[in-house]
Design a protein around this ligand. Sequence first.
Ligand code: ATP
Length: 583
Amino acid sequence: MKQLLIYLKGYEKECILAPLFKMLEASFELVVPLVIAAIIDKGIGGRNVPYIIQMCSLLVGLGVIGLICSVTAQFFAAKAAIGFGTEVRHALFKHLLSFSFTEIDTLGTSTMMTRMTSDVNQAQNGVNMVLRLFLRSPFVVFGAMIMAFTIDIKAALLFVITIILLSFVIFGMMLLNIPMLKNVQQRLDHILEITRENLLGVRVIRAFCKEEEEIKTFNQRNKVLLQQQKKAGRLSALMNPLTYTLINVGIILLIWVGALQVEKGILSQGQVVALYNYMSQILVELVKLAALIITINKSIACGNRIADVFYIKPTMTSLSDAIQIDKQRKSTRIQDQEEVICFKQVSLTYAQAGEASLVNIDFTVKKGETVGIIGGTGSGKSSLVHLIPRFYDATLGEVFVKGVNVKEYPLEKLRERIGIVMQKAVLFRGTLADNLRWGKKDATEEEMRQALEAAQAIDVVEAKGGLEAYIEQGGSNLSGGQRQRLAIARALVKKPDILIFDDSTSALDFATEARLRQAIKALDYKPTVLIVSQRAASIQYADQILVLEDGKLVGKGNHKELLANCEVYQEIYYSQFKKEEAR
Ligand SMILES: Nc1ncnc2c1ncn2[C@@H]1O[C@H](COP(=O)(O)OP(=O)(O)OP(=O)(O)O)[C@@H](O)[C@H]1O
């Protein structure tokens, strides 16, 4: 949590002024019992009406000044807390976006969202409460005690005993309550997780008629949360009766001692009332302080969860690091100008995965070539192409793009050259044109139309009413095939040197896919194309086909060569085509 305090930079003034005004308000509050005592003793006792009016005006004045101080303190505390929350959110978002897929896989999206939203809010709330109350409550407790001592030492000793006993009860209970509240928070996280998963997968849940089961699971988790909340609630419910019993016993004793002192002529009636008021102030502030400590504890826990994310450093090197490495490792460059991609003895084992997903992969791709990558599910096709734009780094071996190790490129420069269409086409909220401009910021309408034509997506734009048609979050108002074609167009707008289709034509019919292939071949900038597919028909016309099985490259060559001598390829091909159809 401490590390997060740097995000209060720029709000130093607010962090000083907020507690200062709160203490000023508390100082005025501490004077009130003395004024009331004076009203009772001098005003009412002496039947002095002008004096009573004067003192009542003073009370109103103190109230108004206290209110102004309080509002000012709230303003400064809120300004600092909101500023803190905004800065943390901004830094966290930036940090999350710097993560490679490895860090994202390790952390998980669900927890990242919780940290980004509710944890930041809780930490912001903690900052606000600390600035307003952390100094105020102890100040009032000790101030009230000192004021009591200035009135009467014997009575004030009662204060000391009551405060000690009260502190034991309140803080003891708080210590018991904190782990329970943490437990409640964890259960709440589980509920959030399950809700998020259900909302994201709502279609699948309906398709498999899993509603009842999901409701059952949700209810079970909700029940556990209820039990934890009841447990924590019962303990909290004990707090008030216990503290009020203690304080009432203290007040009875105070009035008794006070009455004896009045009888002896040591104390006036007004002073006894003042002592009573101080006792009440102490109670209120101790209860507030306990609640504050619970909030602070929660905020620290949330702050630590946020700080944990900041501790995770992106494993991919930044632009400046890349330039440094570039200087040192010029020797790793290879010279063949025609060679666009080269894998040298590449293996990949994902973080937290026991087995390697790719083993000793070796191949080269020449400029303008089309490469097909085929294999069964889980054979490593996506893993292989993900190494080219450095979504992951090879665990062993090296990947070269245009003769330079991918690790030596500044990431942006590398990814600028590559257009990738993912297995799951993701579009963003905004117009169709906005989505296409992800490929090229300043793309003209003509450039977008060319890309749409090649991607066989012109009819999608026409059906939706033009480039300014609105796309909902995740492209939910489009069909799977429409989304895929728009995602392809988005990659084409970029006019990349390397174009990767990661199983991204699966929702297209064969005729559309064939037209897409022709259009890609006809592109004037002649990109090098990699097509990942499980459909032999999608890759059989490629210049080179890579056949993967269990992460190993078991075949390399063109369709004819592989059909003649690669068993795995034959198996895949003949499972989709009859022998007599083979070309
Ligand atoms: N992020 C990841 N973390 C851990 N293991 C992974 C990750 N991504 C893939 N794997 C594992 O790596 C292996 C290869 O997966 P990959 O997605 O590359 O296969 P694929 O051939 O593209 O499969 P499919 O055709 O089903 O998409 C699989 O065993 C998979 O479980």
